[in-house]
Design a protein around this ligand. Sequence first.
Ligand code: FMN
Length: 282
Amino acid sequence: MGQFAGTIEIDVERCIKCGKCVQVCPSEIMVRDPQTREIHLQQVEHCIGCGHCVDVCPTDSVIHSSFPPETVHAIDYAQMPTPEQVMLLLKSRRSNRTITSRPVPGEWLEQIVEAARCAPTASNSRQVGFTLITDPEQLRQIGEYTVEVFDGLRRVFDNRVAKALCGAWLPGLYRYIPTFRRLRRAQSAGKDPILRRATALLVIHTPKSNRFGCEDANLAYQNASLMAQSLGVSQVYMGFIISAIKQDRKGRLVQLLGVDGKPQAIMALGIPAFRYPKYVDR
Ligand SMILES: Cc1cc2nc3c(=O)[nH]c(=O)nc-3n(C[C@H](O)[C@H](O)[C@H](O)COP(=O)(O)O)c2cc1C
């Protein structure tokens, strides 16, 4: 991550010297003079741009170039969902695979991506990209090619000689061979065993250099999945595609997804045929 090149100032006329910015800054940029209690800034270039200093200031005295006034919003805590409402959302969230051909409205897709963008990232690097794919032909090719990748593996490993040589040290792969066969059968029967007929895919990707790319992307995924649930939109984690990407030496699957960097989490989205009336305890 590059160094912060913007500016931060304290408006000394407004500052009430409460020191809250000092308490919350993770980079210790704000320091308080023990005598005068005034806030001073040090090593501003280490700012990670998290905005805590701006959010916490009761008098809008932190002037941060990354957060002009129109980007700062007061929180009305009375509007927060109750713990019971949050728990209901968490418990009722499901991977609903009954996806219909009705497209998800664009504004709902935007809300889902916006929810994903709110997720935290390591050191606030915010190096997470979001790519929506809604082209039916592209979606079809992604599903088909994923099955092809697994078919390729099956052809190499699903025989007696390979099993005798590799079975002991590739137990994970051998456990999945029946699944690979099932996926091929379903695909040949005209089903869509990978994308579940999703009308949109949300690919969450990070630069290869992002050491916390997987964590950052999957936190974003979870935010997006909860927003999808509250909108009544189906979401299903595309583990098969992520797994196929790892096996796809040619890199064709990443090409088909058309993203820069490394796909870390993929969400299939669509309008479900119905909502579930119940949830089981887990
Ligand atoms: C990492 C991961 C990979 C997954 N991959 C797939 C997948 O490829 N296809 C699928 O239909 N569901 C996939 N799922 C969904 C799980 O099967 C599902 O979350 C689990 O059965 C629990 O059901 P629920 O999400 O409805 O609560 C995946 C989930 C996770 C967390």
